[in-house]
Ligand binder design. Structure first.
Ligand code: NAD
Length: 486
């Protein structure tokens, strides 16, 4: 862990962050945050109650009119300062992410830079919420369309990108002029609290950003969604919880953005550049040890190149250094908790009993912590459970195909539609296949799609709305149409 330990470097607010102050939970409750590399307790944070959730909404409401009235330039400059502070403190932030989430430091550094970029991008977008003016088709009047902040936003984030999933919501919300309550995942509340501190240092006024760590997620989020002052829910997490929250949001017809699960297919066509495909596969599969909604979950490889692709991928996977995320040499950290490691193991065992062959890996190493070996499975039968579920671990199941149309049909045969990957040397063919893939995003000869400047999001049960790009801020704005005669 080097010089970075929780006590030494972080003066973190470990209570709730409400109205610009760190306050204990109303019932004094706390919960532990664990180190996934050892299972030991790192520290504890306040466990927000329903009353605390209401206090957060109250604080967000008290700050709402003032924040909405600030000039776009002022909001832009606050966000720009937050980007600069995150960049200056990047090493600390990366270590904190690694400590509580377990991911290897290179992944944590990558996440920190990605997370900070959302503040820079939305600093630039804050001054570009352009409306429109046009003459009505009848010629009788003008149609003026303005954008206004949607109102108080509840932001609920997962543990797999504790910084980036928070900034991807806070950036556009603040740029749009909304105030927010962030409910971070209970496995990783520390990074969210550090973000609150950085935003306060950047000049975000009290009450504009509130952070509510809470173990009782269902109760606190439901209470907020039933408060008429809350007008927006932006959720990132599993499709299962997303469905529950869409139902909860229905009672007050709360505006919802949903970034849900994925089951990304990775297609290697017969004319693919195999060096590029293996490189892309490593990024698409192994970023965050496979704990990403964008993780390649199913590799469909043309029979002519399948053996060579599998051999090269297996070589790369078996050479990876597995260890505690905060060790400098580590390339693959532990999974976030015991349940995740057990689920990955069950999926691999299920695939093997259905007929898959383990080329490398295939089990939990015999050591403390929630590790799983980088694994490649060949001959995975169609219909195997592992192809229908988000694996969320370092496991690459390979399925061969001979017919392109069949590969596209298999790729689309899922309730998810977040991202797909395609490798081919023929760009026209690649674009044709990209069009046929039912996903919100496609990586064409590229294993990484996430970019703060691009609209991230899914089709089908992977979500509603987009985060990032120009579109990301529109999710926090209402269009107001004024019919004018002048
Ligand atoms: P999760 O759905 O279990 O939890 C997400 C968040 O919701 C957490 O803050 C959790 O505390 C909260 N939550 C859980 N139950 C709740 C309830 N009943 N009411 C209100 N809040 C509740 O997901 P996770 O395990 O933290 O994250 C992994 C999932 O997130 C995967 O499915 C992954 O694909 C998805 N994900 C999606 C994206 C995307 O952009 N599409 C990005 C990252 C992760």
């Amino acid at each position: 862990m080097g010089d970075f330990s929780l006590d030494q470097i972080y003066d973190l607010p470990l209570d709730l962050w409400v109205g610009g102050a760190s306050v204990p939970a109303s019932d004094g409750g706390r919960f532990d945050v664990l180190d996934p590399a050892t299972g030991e307790v790192l520290t504890s944070v306040a466990n927000g109650t329903v009353d605390d959730a209401m206090a957060c909404v109250e604080a967000a409401d008290a700050a709402a009119a003032g924040w909405a009235a600030t000039s776009p330039r002022e909001r832009a400059e606050v966000l720009r300062r937050a980007f600069e502070l995150m960049t200056a403190r990047a090493d600390e932030i990366a270590h904190l992410i690694s400590l509580e989430n377990g991911k290897a430091l290179p992944d944590a550094r990558g996440e920190t830079a990605y997370a900070a970029e959302f503040f820079r991008w939305y600093a630039e977008e804050a001054v570009r919420a352009a409306g429109t003016v046009m003459t009505a088709p009848s010629g009788a009047n003008k149609i003026v369309v303005l954008h206004q902040p949607v109102g108080i936003a509840v932001l609920v984030t997962p543990w797999n990108f504790p910084a980036a999933m928070a900034t991807r919501k806070i950036g556009p919300a603040l740029a749009a002029g909304c105030t927010v309550v962030l409910k971070p995942a209970s496995d990783t509340p520390l990074t969210a609290l550090l973000m609150a501190q950085i935003l306060a240092d950047a000049g975000v006024p009290p009450g504009v950003v509130n952070v509510l760590p809470a173990r009782r997620s269902g109760a606190v989020v439901s209470a907020m969604l039933h408060d008429p002052r809350v007008r927006k829910l932006s959720f990132t997490g599993s499709t299962e919880v997303g469905r529950v929250l869409l139902r909860e949001a229905a009672d007050q017809v709360v505006n919802c953005s949903m970034e849900l699960g994925g089951n990304a297919p990775f297609l290697v066509l017969d004319d693919a550049d195999l060096d590029a495909a293996v490189e892309g596969a490593m990024v698409a599969k192994m970023r965050n040890a496979g704990e990403a909604c964008t993780a390649a979950n199913r590799f469909y490889v043309h029979a002519d190149v399948a053996e060579e692709f599998s051999r090269r991928l297996s070589e790369r996977m078996s050479a990876l250094v597995v260890g505690p995320g905060t060790d400098d040499a580590t390339q693959v950290g532990p999974l976030v908790n015991d349940e995740s490691a057990a689920k990955v193991d069950d999926l691999v065992r299920g695939a093997v009993s259905a007929g898959a062959r383990v080329v490398v890996g295939g089990s939990r190493p015999d050591r403390e912590g929630y590790y799983y070996e980088p694994t490649v499975l060949l001959d995975v039968p169609r219909g195997a459970e592992i192809l229908g579920e988000e694996i969320f671990g370092p496991v690459a199941p390979i399925i061969t195909f001979t017919d392109e149309a069949d590969a596209i049909a298999m790729a689309n045969d899922t309730e998810y539609g977040l991202v797909s990957y395609v490798y081919t040397r023929d760009l026209a063919r690649g674009l044709r296949v990209s069009e046929a893939l039912d996903a919100g995003m496609v990586g064409l000869n590229r294993g990484l799609v996430s970019d703060p400047a691009a609209p991230f999001g899914g089709t089908k049960q992977s979500g509603i709305g987009r985060e990032g790009g120009h579109e990301g801020m529109l999710d926090y704005l209402e269009s107001k149409y004024v019919a004018v005669e002048w």
